[in-house]
Ligand binder design. Structure first.
Ligand code: PHE
Length: 465
């Protein structure tokens, strides 16, 4: 096993570097593409509320646990679990579950990033200017059905991801995040600003949809989706934050860095809703457009704006970069594990894992085309792309998160945990509270949601459907 004594493992250039990289991992397509459409499908306000509850009660403590495990072990996930459990124990399997989740997620994530790349090109050719609002949806539907085009962009995006990961922790990941994240924030604020002035009260309707809870709009699946999404959007449950934490210095306050990442991530998700929904409402459309929502709605706005070409171009370029900073964190987990376990060079590990993930993503690129695995949808009730997303976000990540909480709360030796937490003098209560939440609250909540979904609780008569 490759060991990393303190000093030989590369560290972040600065604390801000860690925050930006962790926020860069968290903020991505999950916020801009997925959150608005999943919230739309689940009826808005109440879903947002449940999601926020999951973020605070489950997401934040598990993020702290992951960073703690990484910082304490200075290892990638598999090694971190091995470092704090008995020799021969099966805990390192949790690390492998995370590696598998990263593998699966990146394979279809790259396809979505490919859509954004396609829209960069559409923006450049000023394509939206000549179209009527009702034609915007058609563009996306055509793209979704064109497997070859998706494959092309998928390849390009995977190449970009691999090349950043090849450049290593500081040179590649940190530098890219430093510039791109603030720029993304600015352009989203600009677009929300535009949305306020859209006709037909679009913005007010969007506010109402996003923040007013309606019990009747929630389905049974919603709670699992809210939980799953909180893991997905915060990059939790698969060892991303653990891996990034393994490059973090020992002085940084766990609570503080985690809170900063969680707050930034949540802010961007909510802003994304307030950027997308007003456009839909203003044109009399519903926000239930599915995975195409952001691609169908925003071009309508761009077509009307003065300087629409530039704004549209800037927006999709930044979405690509937001996706890239997340994608590199997904690949980094897989690559770092192979490096640590097999002793491969970064170069070899990144190239081989990147190629394998690309190959696994090919059926996702063809999901709407049907030429590849066309019968999948009729067997599973959803196409290959949706099946992978459902499996990874709603099952693998929450399960991984549950096990991470249990491991850090119950299995990791008290002395190592306390030392890695590093509570400042006079804040011992913080540590006590953290351990309590990790031991009891977070695992119970995740377990309840999973059991409810499996139907066990209904069997026992504990909860209705
Ligand atoms: N958090 C990223 C997003 O919201 C996706 C991601 C999930 C990245 C899991 C790393 C690990 O887009």
């Amino acid at each position: 096993m490759a060991d990393h004594p303190e000093g030989s493992r590369p560290l972040w250039g600065s604390r801000l570097g860690f925050i930006l990289a962790a926020a860069g991992s968290a903020i991505g397509l999950g916020n801009i593409w997925k959150f608005p459409y999943v919230t739309g499908e689940n009826g808005g306000g109440l879903f947002v509320l449940i999601y926020l509850g999951c973020v605070v009660l489950v997401g934040l403590p598990i993020m702290m646990a992951e960073i703690l495990l990484g910082r304490a072990s200075r290892q990638s996930p598999v090694g971190a679990f091995a470092a704090f459990s008995r020799p021969g124990s099966s805990w390192p399997l949790v690390g492998w579950l995370g590696v598998a989740a990263g593998f699966v997620i990146l394979s279809y994530y790259s396809v979505v990033a490919g859509w954004a790349l396609h829209y960069v090109l559409l923006s450049l050719t000023d394509h939206f200017r000549h179209l009527q609002p009702d034609q915007m949806g058609g563009i996306f539907d055509t793209l979704y059905g064109a497997g070859d085009i998706n494959l092309f962009w998928h390849l390009l995006f995977m190449l970009a991801t691999v090349s950043v990961v090849l450049a290593g922790v500081q040179g590649g990941i940190e530098k890219t995040c430093r510039v791109m994240m603030p720029a993304l924030f600015l352009i989203i604020m600009l677009l929300v600003g535009y949305s306020v002035f859209l006709p037909n009260g679009g913005f007010l309707k969007a506010l109402d949809f996003t923040f007013t809870p309606h019990l009747e709009r929630l389905s049974r699946r919603s709670v699992l989706e809210a939980l799953g999404h909180s893991f997905f959007t915060l990059s939790l449950g698969m060892g991303t934050m653990l891996t990034y934490g393994s490059y973090l210095d020992r002085q940084a306050s766990l609570l503080k860095v985690s809170l900063q990442v969680v707050l930034l991530d949540t802010l961007i998700s909510l802003l994304a809703c307030l950027m997308v929904y007003p456009v839909m409402f203003s044109f009399g459309l519903a926000p239930q457009a599915g995975p195409g929502l952001v691609f169908k709605s925003l071009p309508m706005l761009f077509a009307q704006l003065p300087g629409g070409l530039l704004i549209s171009l800037a927006f999709f370029v930044l979405v690509v970069f937001a996706a890239l900073t997340s994608a590199i964190s997904l690949l980094e987990v897989v690559t770092a594990t192979v490096m640590d376990r097999a002793g491969w060079s970064r170069r070899r590990a990144a190239l081989v894992t990147g190629a394998a993930i690309f190959a696994f993503g090919i059926p996702a690129a063809y999901a709407g085309d049907g030429r590849l695995l066309g019968a999948w949808a009729s067997m599973f009730g959803m196409n290959f792309f949706d099946t992978m997303d459902y499996l990874a976000s709603n099952w693998m990540l929450p399960l991984g998160g549950l096990l991470i909480a249990v491991f850090t709360g119950w299995v990791m030796p008290e002395s190592a945990r306390r030392a890695a937490f590093g509570a400042p003098a006079g804040q011992a209560w913080l540590y006590t509270g953290f351990v309590f939440v990790l031991r009891w609250l977070a695992p119970t909540l995740v377990l309840l949601v999973l059991l409810h979904k499996i139907g066990v609780l209904q069997e026992l008569g504990v909860m209705g459907s």
